[in-house]
Design a protein around this ligand. Structure first.
Ligand SMILES: CC(C)(COP(=O)(O)OP(=O)(O)OC[C@H]1O[C@@H](n2cnc3c(N)ncnc32)[C@H](O)[C@@H]1OP(=O)(O)O)[C@@H](O)C(=O)NCCC(=O)NCCS
Length: 400
């Protein structure tokens, strides 16, 4: 290792990996992120996830830090990561709200043999200003984001400020028996075999994949409005990623891939739940099942994540509490059906918390300190940071 370049060397450069280099790094980092899957399945997932609508044609960009003086065929991958382009909205006080883009950095990795030499830091220091204008033909970029799994210090030191990273978890409920039909899945998990639309007593019903796109389109408007009013009331820049269909589809194709592998071909057709009520009074959620480790191991932390929770009429009323309860119970039962320990919802609003109290559902609030720390680097006017910028709708759908 004596001949490794210094992290500060002018010879280090940020470039895009070849397919062989990508496969090499996926093999190495499968030990960090692929523990729920066999290595071959993990490699297949990473290739697949780079080819779906949200990521193909430049939606994802892979980056490596390497030595520009090394021969191309044997250059070292000193560190690597990827950036995903996402649609976002921004409102600067006094200016109209506008659609922009952001880049979410994911899969930051340094091969074990090269760690502790500053390579990942150097890679991120080079990447940060590049992202400000990366793919600028797609829109302006006022900020980049990432979700740290290594606590709050490392990325903050590089300029990605820590933002609220709280969640509320609810226990999974025993799986339902619908029309007396259940099919026993593998690994002792009972998977509902009807694949139909289910209704709870209180009126919430499940959402099928075909129903997600129109709800996302409506939600894009709601998020735009929320960003605008937040900037106005707080007199500071407000931003949000758009919970658009492409983003939800990215999560759901990832989920389908995982379930297909883990449950021998079974793929969930329930992607969310919606309460009763007319347009303007409904509560809905779009969710995904997240697998981090072996199904049987409670330490895996496999959970059902609410990607987004929408309350069309965000008021603390008993009626809304009943709607929320019925929606959450669908999520809790889905968690039970797929062998997940809990339901997690990120950065719940004050009204959402008040409604949750009214429901009487057992739940636990948690401030994350190590994993999925929501982090944002601000490129716009003003000082940025949690004091300077408001991150609206900072929910799981933004994770990458
Ligand atoms: C995190 C990682 C990318 C750092 O790469 P690196 O090139 O060694 O990082 P740098 O040399 O720039 O910085 C080293 C610092 O990273 C920080 N760091 C590394 N791993 C950390 C962890 N698990 N928790 C907290 N801090 C960590 C430490 O501050 C460390 O300082 P130290 O050497 O004094 O202990 C690398 O350890 C890795 O690939 N880990 C496995 C995958 C992973 O967790 N990626 C991050 C996902 S958000």
């Amino acid at each position: 290792m004596a001949d490794l370049p210094r992290a500060s060397s002018a010879a280090l450069t940020l470039v895009h990996p070849t397919l062989a280099e990508k496969k090499h790094t996926w093999t190495l980092n499968s030990q960090s992120w692929g523990t729920a899957l066999a290595v071959d399945d993990y490699l297949e997932r990473e290739s697949y996830l780079a080819s779906i609508p949200a990521t193909r044609d430049g939606g994802v960009t892979h980056w490596i830090l390497t030595d520009s003086t090394a021969p191309a065929e044997s250059r070292p991958v000193l560190a690597c990561c990827e950036s995903l382009r996402r649609r976002a909205v921004i409102s600067l006080p006094g200016s109209p709200t506008k659609e922009v883009i952001t880049h979410g950095i994911g899969s930051v990795f340094c091969p074990p043999a090269y760690r502790g030499r500053g390579y990942a830091s150097r890679m991120l220091a080079l990447l940060a200003p590049i992202l400000k204008t990366w793919q600028k033909e797609e829109g302006e970029c006022y900020f980049s984001i990432l979700y740290s799994d290594i606590g709050k210090k490392y990325y903050a030191g590089l300029g990605w400020d820590v933002f609220p990273s709280a969640h509320i978890s609810l226990p999974a409920l025993a799986a339902p028996v619908t029309n007396g039909v259940t099919t026993n899945g593998t690994n002792g998990v009972t998977v509902n075999g009807t694949n139909g639309v289910h209704k709870t007593k209180a009126g919430a019903r499940t959402l099928t994949p075909a129903e997600i796109a129109p709800l996302c389109a409506l939600d894009e408007q709601y998020i735009g409005t929320a960003v605008q009013s937040t900037a106005k009331h707080m007199n500071k820049p407000a931003v949000a990623l758009l919970a658009d269909y492409s983003t939800m589809e990215w999560h759901h194709l990832r989920e389908d891939f995982m379930c297909d592998k883990l449950f021998q071909g079974k793929v969930p057709t329930i992607k969310g739940a919606i309460s009763s009520g007319d347009k303007g009074s409904r509560i809905w959620t779009i969710f995904t099942r997240s697998f981090y480790g072996p199904l049987q191991d409670p330490k895996s932390g496999n959970v059902l994540h609410l990607l987004r929770l929408v309350m069309e009429d965000e008021q603390d009323t008993e009626e809304n509490a009943q709607k929320l309860k019925s929606v959450l119970e669908v999520a809790q039962r889905e968690a039970g059906t797929w062998g997940l320990a809990a339901v997690e919802m990120w950065n719940v609003s004050p009204v959402g918390k008040a409604l949750l109290e009214r429901t009487g559902l057992e739940h636990k609030a948690e401030e994350r300190e190590e994993e999925s720390i929501c982090s944002l680097m601000w490129y716009g006017p003003g000082k940025g940071g949690v004091e300077g910028v408001e991150w609206v709708a900072n929910e799981k759908f933004g994770w990458c």
